[in-house]
Design a protein around this ligand. Structure first.
Ligand code: URA
Length: 206
């Protein structure tokens, strides 16, 4: 038997003896890895030319909750990790106050590469990037997807206006709240931001 055939049959034996849930977890991780590779080398829109690193997202798969921001900023572009700058630190505080554990949440953004000078993503950039988010939602299978801010709400739900969109579940799994950057600009929004996250925390357990 060749080396390759031996290796394949060892993998097949291992996977036959593996419980279904472990097999599924392994598939999820592999699917996410493939997707991350595609995102990291993506050239579907011109944003690739200015990126240091693409920021596919981070977190477990499956995960009961997913958070979706707008686009990576400077620190995210340098590290390849979502929400690690000032907005990320505020998000961490809010999650903690809401009794949520960041390590159990899949966190990503609509756009995976940093727009120049952190400008708002253009329509054509959102259109190119959205299939990656849709694929992530399929793989991660979250019970609740929380859209942070108008860019995420407009891209996914085709609606804007945080005040009007908060406090409801859209299309059975989507919720909308403020983007952490908006809360950084207006600290008065923090209490509502935390209470939105708290509500989602209780929903994901139902
Ligand atoms: N803002 C976002 O929307 N996403 C990030 O990853 C960081 C900041």
């Amino acid at each position: 038997m060749s080396d390759r055939v031996q290796r394949v049959s060892a993998i097949q034996k291992e996977s036959l003896s593996m419980p279904e849930d472990k097999k599924l977890l392994r598939m999820n991780r592999e699917d996410l890895r493939h997707l991350e590779d595609a995102i990291s080398t993506c050239r579907l829109c011109p944003l690739w030319q200015g990126r240091t690193l693409a920021v596919p997202g981070a977190g477990p798969a499956p995960a009961r909750m997913m958070l979706v921001g707008e686009a990576p900023g400077r620190e995210e572009d340098l590290s390849g990790k979502p929400f690690v700058g000032r907005g990320g630190r505020l998000l961490d505080r809010a999650l903690q106050q809401a009794g949520l554990d960041r390590s159990e949440i899949f966190i990503t953004s609509v756009i995976k590469c940093r727009p120049p000078n952190n400008r708002k993503p253009l329509k054509k950039e959102t259109t190119s990037c959205l299939p990656y988010l849709e694929a992530q939602i399929k793989i991660v299978r979250p019970k609740v997807v929380c859209l942070l801010g108008n860019t995420a709400a407009a891209a996914v739900l085709g609606r804007q206006g945080i005040q009007a969109l908060r406090g409801r579940i859209w299309q059975e799994r989507f919720a909308v709240t403020y983007h952490p950057a908006a809360v950084l600009r207006n600290k008065n929004l923090m209490a509502d931001f935390v209470s939105d996250l708290e509500r989602l925390n209780s929903l994901q357990d139902k």
